[in-house]
Design a binder for this molecule. Structure first.
Ligand code: HSE
Length: 293
């Protein structure tokens, strides 16, 4: 009577799709086990476990279990570094929503689980954003809007995720954003986000890549990432389709032809190193959503 799931990293925003678009990655990922218990309890083992709260009210997975009204023991084998911009708080929330749904045969669809899992994010970000839990549950490129979630299959692309050794919390990165933006920028960003979705619909990786450069997330948040411009230029020089800040950063992702991924990874790492910043990196592909293992 125990469910074990793989819940992967995700990359929210993808430039102009702030709080709306998200991409599922295949790696890194958490493995999460959920079993019935007398009371709600959480154990965390692995990457960043020392900084992940165990109090169910302050833990994204705990908050989801509470919302779903289930007393369970949640064991998180964490593989996603906290405060990296790769949806480390979303993977347990989505994984636990999915596992509880299976364990208690609740009959929710994956789409219906998105707003439930999103409420878990309140524990980490202070707001219930669904742009990480959406792709984590559904896979591919996900669009979330007002409690609704839709997913599109992506063309076969390589994904390089570079995590500089700097922490940027979602809370701080949200404070870097202005409350209002000029009309001109709004129009440009809506256009970019729509073009990105068109790129996925047409399976055109070049159109997707071009549409990653926005004038919102990149404009206001890249100053928080030392070396951003050089790292992006390095990836583009080696043949990336495009580069974006992953979620609220500091991880940067490059989408690229799969056979260019290793060279792009090296170029991006070398650029960060030239600023004295070490990093962890992953060469991966688009993920297919949480699954039982
Ligand atoms: N979309 C949100 C943000 C969460 O950029 O602040 C990212 O993980």
């Amino acid at each position: 009577d125990r469910i074990r799931v793989k819940a992967s990293a995700t990359s929210a925003n993808l430039g102009a799709g702030f709080d709306v678009l998200g991409l599922a990655l295949d790696e890194p990922y958490d493995v999460i086990e959920v079993e019935p218990a007398d009371r709600l309890a959480i154990k965390v083992i692995g990457v960043g476990s020392e900084s992940i709260p165990l109090d169910p009210e302050r833990n994204t997975a705990g908050l989801v279990a509470k919302e779903m009204g289930r007393d369970v023991l949640i064991t998180i084998y964490s593989g996603i570094r906290p405060a990296s911009g790769l949806g480390s708080s979303a993977a347990p929330a989505a994984g636990v929503a999915f596992a509880i749904n299976e364990l208690f045969s609740l009959g929710y669809t994956r789409e219906e689980l998105v707003p439930i899992a999103a409420r878990g994010e309140v524990a980490a970000a202070g707001v219930a954003h669904a742009d990480n839990v959406g792709p984590c549950l559904l896979g591919g490129l996900t669009i979330v809007c007002g409690g609704q979630a839709e997913s599109l299959e992506m063309p076969e692309v390589g994904v390089v995720a570079i995590m500089p050794d700097v922490k940027v919390s979602t809370r701080v990165a949200r404070e870097a954003l202005p409350a209002c933006i000029p009309l001109r920028e709004m129009v440009q960003n809506v256009g970019k986000a729509c073009m990105l979705v068109a790129g996925a619909a047409k399976k055109d990786p070049y159109l997707i890549g071009r549409s990653l450069a926005d004038s919102f997330n990149e404009k206001y948040r890249s100053p928080l990432i030392k070396g951003y411009e050089g790292v992006k230029a390095g990836a583009m020089r080696e043949g990336a389709y495009g580069v974006a800040i992953s979620g609220s950063g500091p991880t940067m992702i490059a989408l690229c032809p799969r056979d260019r991924a290793k060279a792009i990874e090296k170029a991006m790492r070398d650029e960060f190193l030239s600023y004295g910043i070490s990093c962890e990196s992953f060469v991966t592909r688009v993920g297919r959503g949480v699954k039982i293992i």
